[in-house]
Design a protein around this ligand. Structure first.
Ligand SMILES: C[S@@+](CC[C@H](N)C(=O)[O-])C[C@H]1O[C@@H](n2cnc3c(N)ncnc32)[C@H](O)[C@@H]1O
Ligand SMILES: [Zn+2]
Length: 353
């Protein structure tokens, strides 16, 4: 196996092409910051490849017990070598992740698969005692570009909308909430970001049937109007109807997670780690400033539809706040406006006086 020597963060390690994706550096960097802020003690990198994710958690977040697993024996050899090179003690298993996750419990389980995490979610929900971290790179099914695949993998109907990045995150969270609820567990997302072509979420877990019931009540549907881009959140599925804003025919997406996706204080603590690069800092600060209202309006497409020359997004947000609404920017999209106002009020805030 032809390997290269790579340095990422505080780790120098060996990897070969299929086992190392440099585009995920930001994902791993934020992972170290979150692991540090949570004070983890026991972490499983369930799909390790070269082991870089777990190695960084061990060295840079100082997590005492880090376990590595990969089904591929070459990957396991690499992990052993990389542990020795960095003088880190860790346990390495070469199992099918689903088998390991059914056999053992870990304080924190990290799923970072090629593509969809859906086939590991059930076992990971069982194994994880306090935290479950998930990456999904199958954004096409999650965001509604591949409808049937989305339905099969996530047991939900996704829709391709201007806020498709958040749609994808909430479809994934919706499945996680249901998988956990089957085991009488509930979840509280601490950070959820969609960056490049993946969704990444950090979930805090709690045991108990009552909490799981409360969690399931945070699932719901989104009625979306493809004609004007307005949307409405609904606790129950309803027949597709007529848009209140433009009278267009609406479509329904869901079930998906309509609860909070960030914990501001945890993100602020994570921001305190000095190993974060500029882009990661920016993503985390924007996430910390996001209001809780699900989905967002796209400033640019509204201006286009109304034939307006786009003004400043921040000014539109200010006007919404002056009128008593909650409003913020969003890391999901540079043109996005998160608000609890309806389309008519957003249009008023965007139009020059
Ligand atoms: C995307 S890579 C992991 C990347 C790594 N976490 C990182 O940050 O660099 C996914 C890994 O999962 C492994 N894998 C695939 N199916 C598996 C299974 N059922 N059980 C355990 N490992 C599996 C593959 O061999 C591959 O190394
Ligand atoms: Zn409409």
């Amino acid at each position: 196996m032809q390997t290269n020597l790579i340095t990422e963060g505080a780790i120098t390690f060996e990897a070969e092409g299929a086992f190392y994706n440099p585009k995920m550096l930001l994902n791993r960097e934020i992972n170290v910051a979150m692991s540090l802020s949570l004070g983890l003690t026991d972490y499983l990198d369930a799909l390790s490849a070269s082991g870089i994710r777990g190695l960084r958690v061990a060295k840079e977040a100082g997590v005492e017990k880090v376990s590595f697993n990969d089904i591929n024996p070459h990957a396991c050899q690499l992990i052993e070598k990389n542990l020795a090179r960095n003088s880190i003690l860790g346990t390495v298993t070469c199992s099918n992740a689903n088998v390991l996750l059914h056999e053992r419990h870990f304080q924190a389980v990290d799923l970072d698969p090629f593509g969809s995490p859906s086939s590991y979610l059930s076992a990971a929900s069982r194994s994880a005692l306090s935290y479950l971290f998930i990456t999904a790179t199958d954004t096409a099914p999650l965001c509604g570009a591949h409808l049937m695949s989305g339905i099969r993998k996530y047991m939900a109907v996704p829709l391709r909308t201007v806020y498709h990045r958040e749609m994808g995150a909430r479809i994934l969270l919706g499945l996680a909430a249901r998988e956990l609820a089957r085991l009488d567990k509930s979840m509280q997302p601490m950070l959820t970001h969609v960056t490049d072509h993946y969704v990444r979420t950090y979930l805090r877990l709690t045991n108990g049937a009552k909490a799981a019931d409360r969690c399931l009540r945070k699932l719901g549907y989104v009625e979306h109007c493809p004609a004007c881009g307005s949307f409405r959140l609904m606790p129950e599925a309803e027949p597709e109807g007529i848009c209140r804003h433009c009278k267009g025919k609406t479509r329904l997406a869901g079930p998906l997670w309509l609860g909070g996706i960030h914990e501001r204080e945890t993100i602020k603590t994570a921001l305190g780690w000095d190993g974060l690069g500029h882009r990661a800092q920016k993503i985390l600060s924007t996430c910390a400033g996001e209001i809780e209202a699900p989905m967002y309006y796209d400033h640019h497409s509204i201006c286009e539809r109304l034939s307006l020359t786009p003004g400043k997004i921040d000014e539109a947000i200010e006007r919404l706040i002056e009128r008593g609404y909650q409003a913020s920017r969003t890391h999901f999209c540079g043109m996005g406006i998160k608000t609890n106002a309806c389309m008519t009020d957003v249009e008023m805030a965007i139009r020059p006086d």
